[in-house]
Design a protein around this ligand. Structure first.
Ligand SMILES: CC(C)(COP(=O)(O)OP(=O)(O)OC[C@H]1O[C@@H](n2cnc3c(N)ncnc32)[C@H](O)[C@@H]1OP(=O)(O)O)[C@@H](O)C(=O)NCCC(=O)NCCS
Length: 315
């Protein structure tokens, strides 16, 4: 396309990128005022700051018309969101962005390249299939209403409450849990980003003093969740014996964390290939409000397996 330049996104682009992102999704979902998409939540700034190397922009004649991000979770690279200015849809801009973004992902050498998209949209699936992503199982984005009439939420171990040496040990323990889920998976950046920006907290699940699970919980204006709910962006428990019990404890801890904030809704998604995690969430009262589909470039199930107790939806 004439005049189109794809380049790295910079700090200066953030306000325009956020506007493009909201209007693109708000339009796709049919909102009366597309700018209201995601309320006071935000993804653009956080994703840029967490991995500037994976943040891309497209300009036409010096005006921003698209932005896209890649999350770096160690051996796992998650593509998205990619959004194009609605006035420029259908002109091949997404394809130009895909060239740059998948080039970055290939060079970075992620073992798993994945994304979340909308299975009902032939346009989306076709776009990603052209870059060798393949449809896997449905990812259920679920939510549970939290009863705030109870009394005390009880003690909750939080990353923010730890002294610095404990934080170092806790990050190592969380990485160990991730390793039990998928080799090289590493959520350190997400945990530190929540801490640095005050985007909520990372909830810890302990068994006899040992960390057996953790949940990166976004909450508040400017976080990926917004202030009306808590979003469990990523959570996992140690795989193996007792994983099912640890996962029930983790769900309960996330709900108590939500109640302690006086918020009555917790959002958590999981891929339905993680059959035991999905069934446990259904039994605990979580209900799907949006289905997406996971697409993997590597084409196999990776950690979307029955015994992997993981929450993440990759949106
Ligand atoms: C999805 C989105 C990024 C696509 O951007 P775009 O610049 O319009 O896409 P392109 O013009 O590069 O087209 C990409 C593919 O979709 C096809 N396409 C475009 N409009 C289409 C339509 N109405 N129906 C079917 N296919 C369509 C194009 O033909 C192209 O496929 P092809 O090259 O095989 O022909 C853009 O519509 C958007 O921002 N949507 C809202 C946010 C969103 O859903 N982002 C993705 C989240 S997973």
């Amino acid at each position: 396309m004439t005049g189109l330049v794809v380049r790295p996104l910079t700090e200066r682009d953030l306000a325009d990128a956020d506007r493009i992102n909201r209007i693109a999704f708000g339009t796709f979902f049919g909102l009366e005022n597309p700018m209201n998409f995601r309320g006071d939540g935000e993804v653009v700034t956080g994703r840029f700051r967490n991995n500037p190397d994976g943040a891309f922009a497209a300009d036409i004649d010096g005006r921003l018309v698209a932005c896209g991000f890649v999350m770096d979770w160690g051996s796992v690279g998650i593509f998205g969101p990619l959004t194009v200015d609605v006035d420029h849809w259908g002109r091949g801009i997404a394809r130009s962005m895909m060239d740059a973004m998948t080039g970055y992902m290939d060079d970075r050498g992620f073992d798993l390249q994945g994304l979340f998209t909308h299975p009902q949209s032939a346009k989306h699936i076709r776009l990603y299939e052209a870059y060798d992503f393949r449809m896997q199982r449905i990812t259920a984005v679920m939510a549970k209403e939290i009863d705030l009439s109870g009394t005390d939420a009880g003690p909750i171990a939080l990353f923010s409450g730890l002294a610095d040496p404990e934080k170092t040990a806790t990050l190592a323990a969380c990485t160990g849990i991730c390793q039990s889920v998928f080799p090289g998976l590493d959520l350190t950046t997400e945990i530190l980003s929540i801490e640095a920006h005050g985007f909520g907290d990372t909830v810890l699940v302990l068994e006899r003093g040992e960390i057996v699970g953790f949940a990166c919980c976004h909450h508040g204006a400017g976080s990926e969740s917004g202030s009306a709910q808590v979003l469990v962006k990523f959570a996992a428990v140690r795989s193996g014996q007792d994983a099912s019990r640890f996962f029930e404890l983790l769900l309960d801890t996330c709900e108590r964390f939500t109640a302690a904030l006086k918020v009555n809704r917790v959002v958590a998604g999981t891929n339905t290939g993680r059959t035991q995690a999905y069934e446990t969430m259904l039994a605990a009262g979580y209900r799907t409000w949006m289905n997406g589909i996971a697409m993997h470039k590597t084409g196999n199930a990776c950690y979307d397996l029955p015994g992997r107790f993981v929450i993440d939806d990759w949106r």
